[in-house]
Write a protein that binds this ligand. Structure first.
Ligand SMILES: Nc1ncnc2c1ncn2[C@@H]1O[C@H](COP(=O)(O)OP(=O)(O)OP(=O)(O)O)[C@@H](O)[C@H]1O
Length: 340
């Protein structure tokens, strides 16, 4: 992958945000070893454990405000997402996006307000699914991931942002690092998150997929790409990809680049349940794109609105489900300095 690499000059004061429940409790189990490795590799390091959903964002933001220069997420994609959200002042959703009378989420002002524009994001991947680590090519184990934090190189990665509706129909916004989606995958992830993840990534997502299919009905949506091209389709799922993988190892967006300043949109059309089940095995190999009902597009902005009769569909961001469609997805080119 042709990432844009930069180097920083001195060692970075490092704050580690660890999610003890990530990877079905593996972070907690391995903590004594992890802490030893952090101390052995980094001259100035401190730690905090998350206490519940959303806490990683607050910890990262506070650490950056008090002068820590690199924040390392220890956990899965959810922890990474929360830590990345803490790199910016809490965005005022209604200044960023507004829901118009036609049901589109309009972008207003999405300019980023970084707490420290030079701050660096690191990851020690210990989640269940591990989709971002696949997308970014960080497949080594925790000891090697910690050793890599000593290096001086960073990659400038794109950061996604989405405006959507929360459970009480208020406009909301959040950043994403790897992948966003709207449709059945939100339901699958919600079910995977509510079941025991000790089965491992692929098994827990397969089980959740079977449960989600039993409930799901395809939705009818209108899509606007970069405010020009319009599509109207009945869909099983929409994937808005910065990275290539989601759902615990599905190669859903082959060729999506984390640093090209664009999002890849994968439209999984009006597939029957039987067709979708057959397609699922192809997604792991990235072969679903040759299916007649699957389309691929690239854009800097993707807006999705539900056609009136369509039911509720969750928005999924890096494996978390903070709200529902309609939504508008944007990209901030090269905004995140990620430790290579
Ligand atoms: N102390 C805690 N207790 C319960 N949940 C927590 C705690 N700290 C963080 N969380 C939540 O744990 C969830 C899962 O975290 P994360 O996604 O990092 O791990 P994972 O689900 O094992 O990995 P992946 O998303 O890669 O499959 C996140 O939604 C996060 O908000």
């Amino acid at each position: 992958m042709g990432f844009c690499m930069r180097e920083h000059s001195a060692h970075l004061r490092t704050f580690v945000v660890a999610n003890p429940v990530a990877g079905a409790g593996q972070v907690k189990e391995d903590w004594p070893l992890l802490e030893r490795l952090f101390r052995a590799n980094l001259p100035e390091v401190d730690f905090a454990f998350t206490e519940g959903p959303g806490h990683a964002t607050l910890l990262a933001r506070e650490a950056l405000r008090t002068g820590w220069e690199m924040i390392v997420a220890v956990g899965g994609d959810g922890t990474l997402n929360e830590v990345a959200n803490g790199f910016y002042e809490r965005p005022d959703a209604s200044a960023c996006y507004a829901l118009d009378e036609e049901g589109w989420v309009r972008r207003l002002d999405v300019s980023l307000k970084p707490i420290n524009p030079d701050a660096v994001l690191g990851l020690v991947p210990l989640g269940t699914g591990g989709d971002f680590r696949r997308s970014v090519g960080l497949m080594a184990g925790a000891p090697e991931a910690i050793e890599r934090l000593r290096g001086r190189e960073t990659r400038a990665l794109d950061l996604g942002q989405v405006g959507f509706l929360d459970a009480r129909d208020r406009i909301a916004t959040r950043y994403f690092v790897n992948i966003a989606s709207g449709g059945i995958s939100g339901l699958v992830d919600a079910m995977a998150n509510s079941t025991w993840k000790g089965l491992g990534g692929r098994a827990s997502f397969t089980l959740a997929t079977a449960r989600a299919f039993a409930r799901w009905k395809n939705i009818e949506v209108e899509l606007r790409l970069d405010d020009t091209a319009e599509l109207r389709e009945r869909v099983l799922n929409l994937v808005v990809a910065n990275g290539e993988y989601f759902g615990g190892g599905m190669w859903v967006a082959p060729g999506a680049e984390l640093d090209d300043g664009k999002l890849q949109l994968i439209v999984m059309g009006d597939l029957s349940k039987a067709q979708a089940v057959r397609m699922f095995t192809d997604i792991y190999k990235g072969k679903h794109l040759s299916h007649r009902n699957v389309g691929r597009h690239r854009a800097r902005q993707v807006a999705v609105r539900l056609v009136k009769s369509s039911p509720y569909a969750l928005v999924d961001l890096d494996g978390e489900q903070p709200g529902k469609l309609p939504a508008t997805f944007n990209v901030h080119a090269g905004a995140l300095k990620f430790k290579a």
